[in-house]
Ligand binder design. Structure first.
Ligand SMILES: Cc1cc2nc3c(=O)[nH]c(=O)nc-3n(C[C@H](O)[C@H](O)[C@H](O)COP(=O)(O)OP(=O)(O)OC[C@H]3O[C@@H](n4cnc5c(N)ncnc54)[C@H](O)[C@@H]3O)c2cc1C
Length: 269
């Protein structure tokens, strides 16, 4: 993956650094330049465990990283890896965010990872960074010089409440100049963000973090209506989202079975 086109064949890559970002959240750095646009992801294979999608969260000269949050078997195995350990990787894959002026970026939890390289490219965005509590908020230092509104569910840091409360406040302010909202996080949050954007007639782009298996459009596990998230997404704009009736309502299990979002979360709780 040395500053080149995407690779379909996994390459063995050595971890050059592991950075603690928050509770159960770490960034894994690789000393390779990656030709990648904001919002794109790589497929990371841990042999004998699984292969999973990870958004590229840092793109520096000759270096890139992804940021993972421990939620299950694969992310727990990844969490144990150290500097000089190796993982297999292919990509980058997927659609990317547009780069527009007068932007607000709403990140929920580790969803901030998917919008972070976008933030690095935008001119003076307003960032709403939300998490359950202070220990789960990532990138506070990284964006300390930006216009950042930190929000926690329990009020342990920043404003108490949800990211969507802060977004409403921002768009309600008559002096606001926001023309587009970019978002990534739990789908329930993104659906609310999308509805708020529609109400205030502001454009929206969301990165859908669906259950994904193959990453190249074959298995169909990540389908939302007729959209294949790994190929057509993961970033979708307002026009596309408005045609996706399953967005925020239905999801698919690992088996591909379609269930309501509530059932999906109760199974994975
Ligand atoms: C395009 C894309 C980019 C992603 N980027 C990141 C990232 O930057 N950092 C990060 O931590 N996670 C990211 N994810 C989600 C990540 O792939 C899953 O958290 C991971 O696959 C969980 O694997 P597991 O074996 O640890 O957990 P599992 O045991 O498989 O599942 C545990 C929990 O994670 C959820 N989950 C499992 N697989 C996925 C999946 N593919 N997508 C969404 N939720 C899933 C389940 O609903 C469940 O709640 C991304 C997903 C997509 C589709």
């Amino acid at each position: 993956m040395e500053c080149q086109e995407r690779t379909e064949i996994p390459k063995l890559m050595e971890i050059s650094e592991v950075v603690y970002e928050g509770k159960g959240q770490k960034s894994f750095f690789f000393r390779h330049s990656l030709n990648c646009r904001p919002g794109q992801f790589v497929m990371v294979w841990l042999p004998d465990v699984d292969e999973k999608p990870m958004a590229v969260s840092y793109i520096n000269k000759n270096e890139f990283a992804f940021t993972s949050q421990v939620v299950g078997k694969w992310t727990s195995a990844l969490d144990k890896l150290k500097k000089h350990d190796k993982v297999w990787m292919r990509g980058p894959y997927g659609s990317s965010f547009s780069i527009k002026k007068n932007a607000c970026v709403v990140g929920g939890g580790v969803g901030m990872a998917s919008v972070s390289t976008l933030i690095d490219k935008l001119k003076d965005p307003t960032i709403i960074n939300g998490a359950r509590s202070k220990e789960h908020l990532i990138y506070l230092k990284r964006y300390k010089n930006k216009n950042l509104i930190a929000v926690t569910d329990d009020g342990s840091y920043g404003k108490k409440g949800f990211t969507t409360d802060s977004l409403k406040e921002l768009l309600n302010d008559n002096n606001n100049k926001i023309k587009i909202v970019y978002t990534c996080g739990p789908e329930i949050m993104m659906k609310k963000v999308f509805d708020i954007c529609n109400k205030y007639k502001v454009e929206c782009e969301a990165s859908l973090e669906r259950m994904m298996k193959c990453g190249f459009g074959v298995c169909g596990v990540c389908m939302v209506n007729d959209q294949i998230v790994c190929m057509d997404g993961p970033v979708f704009n307002s026009k596309q989202l408005s045609k996706m009736s399953e967005f925020g309502s239905f999801a698919r299990l690992k088996t591909g079975r379609k269930v309501t979002i509530n059932e999906y979360h109760s199974i994975h709780a």
